[in-house]
Write a protein that binds this ligand. Structure first.
Ligand code: SF4
Ligand code: SF4
Length: 138
C-alpha cells in the first residue's frame, strides 16, 4: 500500500525488485514479453530490469515519478515500504549519499529524469560505493 507520506520521488523504483512467476504472468498480460522486463540476479532469480538506474517501467512526469504498469505492478512494489510511512530517504545508503560533495551531486541527479547514461551510471556507482562502505564499516 502506498505510504501516506509518499512524495512520488521514485527512489524506490531504483531498488532491486524480485519477481514471482505470478508477477511475471500479471505483467505479461499487459502485452509485454518477460525477456523485455525481467533479468536474472546473481542468484539466478528474476528481477525487474533497470534502465539508466530506474526500473524499466518508471517514467518521470514533471516532478513526480510514475509507474507505467501501476495496476499490474509486482507484489513487492505493492507491499513497499511495508509500513504506513516511507523513510527510504533516511536509509543509511541514501543518507551516506548526502555526506560528501559527490553524494550531494548524485542526490540531485536522483531528483531528475534519467535522461543520460552518465547520470544513470553515476547513480548506480554511488549506490554501489555506498553499499560497499556500509559493508566495510558494519
Ligand atoms: S521512495 Fe518512498 S516516498 Fe519515494 S516514491 Fe517510493 S514510497 Fe514514495
Ligand atoms: S514496477 Fe512500477 S512501482 Fe515497481 S519498481 Fe517498477 S516503476 Fe516502480
Amino acid at each position: 500500500m502506498m505510504p501516506s507520506n509518499c512524495t512520488f520521488c521514485g527512489l524506490c523504483c531504483t531498488l532491486t525488485v524480485r519477481l514471482s512467476e505470478k508477477d511475471i504472468q500479471r505483467i505479461e498480460k499487459t502485452g509485454r514479453k518477460r525477456e523485455e522486463f525481467a533479468v536474472a540476479d546473481t542468484d539466478g532469480m528474476p528481477i525487474l530490469k533497470r534502465e539508466k538506474g530506474w526500473c524499466t517501467f518508471f517514467k518521470r512526469e514533471g516532478k513526480v515519478g510514475v509507474c507505467t504498469i501501476y495496476d499490474s505492478r509486482p507484489d513487492n512494489c505493492r507491499d513497499f515500504p511495508g509500513k504506513r510511512l516511507c523513510d527510504l530517504a533516511e536509509n543509511p545508503i541514501y543518507k551516506h549519499m548526502s555526506d560528501n560533495e559527490e553524494s550531494k551531486r548524485i542526490k540531485l541527479l536522483l531528483k531528475k529524469a534519467p535522461t543520460t547514461e552518465t547520470s544513470a551510471a553515476a547513480i548506480e556507482e554511488a549506490q554501489k560505493k555506498a553499499a560497499e562502505t556500509l559493508t566495510q564499516t558494519s
